[in-house]
Write a protein that binds this ligand. Structure first.
Ligand SMILES: Nc1nc2c(ncn2[C@@H]2O[C@H](COP(=O)(O)OP(=O)(O)OP(=O)(O)O)[C@@H](O)[C@H]2O)c(=O)[nH]1
Ligand SMILES: [Mg+2]
Length: 653
């Protein structure tokens, strides 16, 4: 049987969950249509989702259309939960992007559309809610052709204008259609057009539009037929090496981790040894393949399918199962969270349980970065206020911990200002040049030699690690191959850069290993790890760093008569206008401002714009903070304070 892994994506509230429910019902997988508003749908199964009527976690449900088994993945639309969508993107064969016929293209719509294109997922569009007053599907199609792609075309043109639109779009990429259109348009039967449309949809050049109402069950049969006709699963080789990806982790009631795996190639059975996340091997205790209702239960997962797998040990979201799937470069990355807040247990004696609970949540959600600073305060990174409320409610409900947050602050980064180098030589005692005596504190405390250079790289480039050392200096008795040594050193470098001179993550730099050395068999891997922290922080200290704050890009629409006041307010809040034009009494303003001041702007806007402002925001890079850059408390002593650092290492063992 063919399998299609199909994602449902959209801006918040467009109707993804309602559409998922309706597809399951019309395809015969469920007997009753549940509703989001009554909290009875298949895919919004968490208590919190049912109460709030929003999707928080992605969920899988299967149905059958013709001979095609579809694993539908309903995703959240709220920007605070964008991390869920990022993980799902890499495991899809196709997608339905839902757009409301009333609200039209909304801020998340182009973001998700572009992300789908980056990972080359063929995409259908469902214009939903045509039953509502104010629905204007034609206008929405025009807006999508302008803002998403000219390849957005009606699947079933209702009139001559629609047919011309379809032919013109297809002719862009298909000369035979163009020829026929020019010479003998009658030759272009609807069958011929449908074949071309299917081809171009799979090739990611056409995006057929379906119109209907998930709530009322209008247009769902056409969409189902379109899914069957226009999309297809990626075929993988069941006899090749096992290669899959974990896109979701759930804790079972007994506290065990269940991993949602999509397999790209190979076959996976219970008790079969398989490498998890490129590290240790594990033997799954159970494999439950997702299949449409009524199909026999299977525990053999083959290429192209999805399953819930238990017994994979310390598996995390995003881990490869077996060989890493190809095309890793194509993984869509959304920006990291730019906010964080200190969280504390209302009962101080529950602080330890709070930390354990948050660490568990972070396993399910790798973008929840939990850190504890020197004063034992716990901070979590965040996308926004709704995510904060959900974390608080989950702690209360699933862990019985009453917790609260202090004020939300922005998360800065550090970039090296110049080039800095440092070296520690094995067994070397350096002399204090004033007293002439050698001091035990200035002695390399580890049994290894290491020299590192850190230098600035272009914004957004992340951390690059290079090595310029001779093969004979590599301790092969510890690391087996030069490659393993490099992989380990890269990991030590990125660990050492989690907290820079001002306590923020160091990034956008190149770290080069210019020398290394060992003494067999005394040198251990731990020597390299510690020495990397010491040498890299010393090099960074010599380079100096710029603390950079996150920026937000804004698009604003306000009544033209109020534009001057709005621009002045942007200026007071550290914003910079990047573009402005007016027409029909509306001023459109593009601007960039520090993320820290966006909330202040949101408070002022209604007053400044007679309540008429429309604001869209996006994460927009980082800029250096000139005066008084903010610092963050470290989670452990800095290697630059050698005594305290060494003492803390021996305490931690
Ligand atoms: N009138 C009308 N309302 C609809 C339709 N589809 C969904 N809704 C309503 O729109 C609201 C949002 O629907 P959901 O299905 O939860 O939307 P969603 O996209 O899953 O939302 P998130 O997962 O939170 O992003 C609910 O109140 C639905 O009842 C429709 O076709 N017509
Ligand atoms: Mg939903």
């Amino acid at each position: 049987m063919r399998t299609l892994n199909l994602g449902i994506l959209a801006h918040v509230d467009a109707g993804k969950t309602t559409l998922s429910e309706r597809l399951l019902y019309i395809a015969g997988a469920i007997d009753h249509v549940g509703s989001v508003d009554a909290g009875t749908t298949q895919t919004d199964s968490l208590e919190l989702e049912r109460e709030r009527g929003i999707t928080i976690r992605s969920a899988v449900a299967s149905f059958l259309v013709g001979d095609l088994a579809v694993n539908l993945v309903d995703t959240p639309g709220h920007p605070d939960f964008i991390a869920e969508v990022e993980r799902v993107l890499g495991v899809l064969d196709g997608a339905v992007l839902v757009v409301s016929a009333v609200e039209g293209v909304q801020p998340q719509t182009p973001l998700l559309f572009r992300a789908l294109q980056r990972v080359r997922v063929p995409t259908l569009i469902f214009v939903n809610k045509i039953d509502r007053a104010g629905a204007d599907p034609d206008a929405v199609v025009v807006a999508m052709r302008r803002r998403l792609s000219p390849g957005v075309v009606p699947f079933a043109p209702a009139d001559e204008a629609g047919r011309t639109m379809l032919i013109e779009a297809l002719a862009e990429h298909d000369e035979t259609i163009l020829d026929a259109f020019v010479t003998d348009p009658a030759r272009l039967t609807s069958g011929r057009l449908r074949t071309a449309l299917a081809q171009q949809t799979r090739g990611g050049r056409a995006f057929p539009v379906f119109v209907g109402s998930a709530g009322r069950g209008i247009g769902i049969d056409e969409l189902l037929a379109g899914i069957d006709e226009l999309l297809s699963g990626r075929k993988g080789d069941p006899d090749a090496a096992v290669s899959g990806r974990v896109f979701k982790i759930e804790r079972t009631t007994s506290g065990e981790r269940a991993a949602y795996v999509r397999l790209f190639s190979g076959t996976l059975r219970p008790r079969q040894r398989v490498r998890v996340g490129g590290g240790e091997e594990a033997k799954p205790t159970s494999v439950r393949v997702f299949a449409p209702a009524g199909a026999p239960r299977r525990d053999v997962l083959t290429a192209g399918e999805m399953a819930m797998v238990r017994g994979l040990g310390a598996v995390r979201v995003g881990d490869a199962i077996g060989e890493p799937p190809p095309g890793e470069g194509a993984v869509a990355r959304f920006p990291r969270p730019t906010l964080e807040a200190v969280v504390f247990a209302l009962e101080p004696e529950e602080q330890g349980s709070l930390r354990a609970a948050l660490n568990q949540l972070a396993e399910q959600d790798p973008l929840i970065d939990v850190r504890q600073d020197d004063r034992q305060e716990i901070a979590v990174s965040l996308y926004g206020e709704v995510q904060k409320e959900v974390i608080q409610a989950t702690l209360e409900r699933d862990y019985g911990i009453a917790a609260d947050f202090r004020e939300t602050t922005t998360v800065c980064i550090e970039r090296p200002a110049r080039v800095g180098e440092a070296e520690e030589v094995i067994h070397a005692e350096t002399k204090n040049n004033i007293t002439g005596r050698s001091s035990p504190l200035s002695t390399n405390p580890f049994t290894a030699t290491l020299a590192l250079r850190i230098e600035p790289a272009s914004p957004g480039s992340g951390v690059e690690f290079r090595a310029a050392v001779e093969q004979r200096l590599v301790p092969l008795y510890l690391f087996k191959t030069t490659d393993t040594f490099m992989t380990q050193m890269r990991a030590y470098v990125s660990e050492a850069l989690t907290e820079g001179l001002a306590g923020w993550q160091v990034t956008d730099c190149i770290v080069t290993m210019t020398d290394c050395g060992y003494s067999s068999p005394a040198t251990s891997a731990a020597d390299y790890r510690r020495l990397t922290q010491l040498v890299l922080m010393t090099a960074l200290h010599r380079a100096g760093t710029w603390v950079c704050e996150p920026l937000t890009e804004l698009s604003l629409e306000v009544p033209a008569s109020t534009a001057q006041g709005v621009v002045a307010a942007l200026g007071r809040l550290g914003g910079r206008v990047t573009g402005q034009f007016s027409g029909n009494g509306i001023a459109s303003i593009g601007a960039v401002m520090p993320a820290a001041h966006v909330r202040a702007l949101q408070h002022q806007l209604p007053g400044l714009s007679m309540g008429e402002a429309v604001l869209e925001t996006r994460i927009g890079g980082y800029q250096p903070v000139g005066d008084n850059p903010p610092a963050r408390l470290r989670s452990s002593p800095s290697p630059l304070d050698r005594d305290a650092w060494l003492a803390s290492l021996s305490r931690r063992g």
